[in-house]
Design a protein around this ligand. Structure first.
Ligand SMILES: Nc1ncnc2c1ncn2[C@@H]1O[C@H](COP(=O)(O)OP(=O)(O)OP(=O)(O)O)[C@@H](O)[C@H]1O
Length: 304
């Protein structure tokens, strides 16, 4: 349904999208995960026909999106930034206005219900909460019933409850059979929502798989974390039972990636006694996409 090959976009000397390629299947929730500036928006907007690539191929439903951007726009739904909404229209008026841009539109009632906005139908957009604005922005993207919907960082800036509500809406769209293409810098969001995730860093796709597939490739299912004042025991840490990798974040937190949590912990406690290591804030957790990012780039997603 979406096929991207060797996509490149340069601004000045910098290749902000640098030879990106992937395919998205019908009905899939596909995510671009990466830190700010990784090139996610630029990639999405080239697929949406809003920016022109310097080179590469983009096909949507078999249509060449680089040569026929206008044709592509009819087939897709793009979530507007919530700042692009008209503050002086009501929720219902906004839906009717956007619907009027298309030959056919979904009934207003159905959209208000699907996006949990019935009680806000007569409310001016400027009086909606952040979560309500985001829900409206997505309602407007699907007003004409597109098969594929693009959501650029749909939950950025929302509180946890509003984020959860939006996740539910995204899952319902998936259940309706829509294809969803979303970008996010929240790894839990990518893990929770996406069937497959392309991790982007500095313009490139550095990993692409299902969230569980990406984590499985780490070869370690658990992480042991603690803060240590010094890195003296590094070599010994590497030799602990089960440890596949030792990483140290900039704030001095040591992470042990392990496939034998029990063995690693008991070895670590003995080592701490022998070497006088204080294991401040010691905790264990299961591996996440954050660890995949750290393993590939040496940086934390949140610090990158
Ligand atoms: N029109 C432009 N002119 C020059 N540089 C640009 C332009 N648009 C984007 N860039 C640069 O391209 C890089 C990628 O930007 P992009 O917005 O695609 O990243 P992103 O991964 O979506 O990040 P964010 O989450 O911050 O939106 C950034 O370094 C950005 O400064």
């Amino acid at each position: 349904m979406i096929r991207v090959n060797h996509l490149v976009k340069r601004y000045g000397e910098t290749r902000v999208v640098d030879d990106v390629g992937f395919e998205v299947a019908e009905g899939e929730v596909f995510g671009l995960l990466g830190p700010n500036g990784a090139g996610k928006t630029t990639t999405m907007e080239m697929i949406e026909g809003l920016r022109r690539p310097d080179s590469g191929e983009i096909r949507l439903f078999g249509v060449d999106a680089v040569r026929h951007p206008a044709k592509v726009k009819e087939l897709i739904g793009v979530q507007l930034q919530s700042t692009a909404l008209f503050d002086h229209l009501t929720t219902e008026e906004s839906i009717l206005l956007y619907g009027s841009f298309y030959q056919e539109m979904r009934p207003v009632e159905e959209l208000l219900a699907a996006f949990n906005l019935q009680e806000k139908r007569k409310t001016l957009v400027k009086h909606l909460s952040g979560g309500q604005r985001q829900r409206l922005a997505i309602a407007l993207a699907v007003v004409h019933g597109p098969r594929v919907i693009f959501l650029d960082e749909p939950t950025t800036g929302l509180d946890p409850k509003a984020r959860r509500d939006l996740w539910e809406i995204i899952q319902r769209l998936k259940e309706e059979g829509k294809t969803l293409f979303l970008s996010t810098h929240y790894m839990e969001e990518a893990e929770y929502l996406c069937d497959r995730v392309a991790i982007m860093n500095a313009g490139q796709v550095i990993a692409l798989d299902t969230p569980t597939g990406l984590i499985r490739k780490l070869g370690s299912d658990s992480i042991v974390e603690f803060a240590a004042e010094r890195n003296a025991a590094d070599a010994q840490l590497r030799q602990l039972e089960g440890v596949k990798e030792v990483k140290q974040s900039e704030e001095g937190v040591i992470l042990l990636l392990t496939d034998d949590l029990r063995g690693t912990l008991s070895g670590l406690i003995s080592l701490a006694d022998q070497a006088g290591l204080a294991l401040n804030g010691l905790r264990t957790r299961t591996a996440t996409l954050e660890d995949v990012f750290l393993e590939r780039t040496g940086k934390r997603l949140t610090d990158a």
